[in-house]
Design a protein around this ligand. Structure first.
Ligand code: I3P
Length: 128
């Protein structure tokens, strides 16, 4: 059987390197500060890791690396947002608490995959 046959450990959906900046905190606008982030989608959360050295699928596991921050996707909103940046392939994620993030990749296929995967999780949570 699989290591998580009891289903108690949330499923790792996706992990990878994206450019990230937070643009609002609780509805208050923040100054942009783009930086590469190791992004992990696990269960209902998007988890951000600062350390670009821990870029492996196992880096999200507790103890292996300390997350910089974590976003609850329940009730979140996702929008393409190329008008919010001079960069290409940008989308905005807004949480119910009014935190807003821009995520970006130079690779078209990669950012589309992330968008679709995050949207699928949001849709699943909306149906619960
Ligand atoms: C910002 C920085 C960002 C840029 C932002 C600038 O300047 O160049 O990269 O966002 O543009 O204000 P600073 O480093 O002085 O804060 P993009 O790369 O997303 O365009 P903006 O103010 O038009 O959002």
């Amino acid at each position: 059987s699989s290591p998580d046959s009891d289903g108690c450990t949330p499923e790792l959906e996706k992990a990878g390197l994206l450019n990230k900046t937070k643009i609002a905190e609780g509805g208050r606008k923040l100054r942009k500060n783009w930086s590469p982030s190791w992004v992990v989608l696990v269960g209902n959360s998007l988890v951000f890791f600062k350390d670009p050295k821990s870029q492996t699928p196992s880096s999200w596991k507790p103890g292996n690396s300390r997350p910089e921050s974590s976003v609850d996707l329940r009730g979140a909103q996702l929008h393409w947002a190329n008008e919010l940046s001079s960069k290409k392939n940008v989308f905005k994620l807004r949480t119910v608490t009014g935190n807003e993030f821009l995520l970006q990749s130079e690779t078209d296929s990669l950012i589309k995959e992330w968008y679709n995967t995050i949207q699928n999780v949001i849709d699943r949570l909306d149906r619960e």
